[in-house]
Ligand binder design. Structure first.
Ligand SMILES: O=C(O)c1cc(=O)[nH]c(=O)n1[C@@H]1O[C@H](COP(=O)(O)O)[C@@H](O)[C@H]1O
Length: 270
């Protein structure tokens, strides 16, 4: 999907919500455990109930890899279901990859070619040659970790090196890389006050902002500092939406939580 197509969807749906599909078999409704593939059954029900309220889904691959081959199959079924039934949805493989060049090329093939995701999250720590193999894929997006939502973000990302915080160096330096127009960045919702500075460096880039909901990030603050003329934000919530209920009504309850956020987004956009 191109960035312009994503912007069109945001305008059409009046939403910039991304729903995180972080499936934990200990948290899903018990009746689904009888299904052949409980993870996919859960995702399908969530997608069917919420696709009109969001513009993106983000399965975090850890939640699938943890279940071995069955988990990976469920991830494949989920992305195929989305691509077949909802091609208008932007898909994010939250895999946080990045390695020496030839290895990154194989990661990129795994997520962009084999699984056909629109985007993948990538760690910048290994630098240019570890990220450019992802950027080489046309109409695919590399979402680089800039300033993450967790407490550990202060261990390295905000440290000063040569008079500039490391996360700002990630933003500045990555802009010089080949095909940098395919970059988006992760900024945690819990760090909303940093967004004004971040927007000075990357005014036009899309930002994936996780941390609203379970981690306590505030939607209004994120929008106040992080929104640009095309919105430029994908706000992710995972547990706060998908585990709204662990009973028969789980999909409806998730839709209600998603709708609460979408209505706030609609108000902010208009
Ligand atoms: O890359 C991410 O999506 C990510 C970056 C970050 O800084 N913080 C963060 O929480 N995430 C992911 O976003 C999701 C947040 O989930 P909830 O806290 O349940 O909404 C998880 O899949 C995290 O791994």
């Amino acid at each position: 999907m191109t960035t312009n197509q994503l912007i069109e969807q945001i305008q059409k749906k009046q939403s910039f919500l991304c729903i995180g599909l972080d499936v934990d078999l200990n948290k899903i409704p018990k009746h689904l455990l009888k299904e052949d593939d409980p993870i996919f059954a859960f995702n399908k029900a969530i997608i069917d109930a919420t696709h009109h309220l969001c513009v993106a889904y983000k399965p975090n691959t850890a939640f699938y890899e943890a279940y071995g081959i069955k988990g990976w199959k469920a991830l494949e079924k989920t992305i195929n279901y989305l691509n077949k039934n909802h091609p208008e949805i932007f898909t994010i493989a939250d895999a946080k990859r990045g390695d020496i060049g030839n290895t990154s090329t194989m990661y990129a093939k795994a997520f962009f070619e084999d699984l056909s995701f629109d985007s993948v999250t990538v760690a910048p720590y290994m630098g240019k040659d570890s990220v450019e193999p992802f950027l080489a894929f046309k109409n695919k997006h590399t979402i680089l970790l800039a300033l993450t939502s967790n407490a550990g973000a202060f261990d390295f990302q905000t440290k000063m090196v040569n008079d500039m915080e490391v996360y700002k160096q990630v933003l500045e330096t990555s802009k010089t890389w080949q095909n940098s127009e395919n970059l988006m960045y992760v900024v945690g919702a819990t760090k909303a006050e940093y967004l004004a500075d971040i927007r000075k460096i990357v005014p036009d880039s899309f930002l994936l902002v996780p941390g609203v909901g379970a981690q306590g990030g505030n939607l209004q603050d994120v929008c106040k500092y992080g929104m640009n003329d095309s919105v430029g934000l994908l706000i992710n919530s995972s547990r706060g939406i998908i585990y709204a209920s662990n009973d028969q009504d789980f999909a409806e309850a998730a839709a209600k939580k998603a709708e609460d956020l979408q209505l706030q987004m609609k108000q902010i956009i208009s």
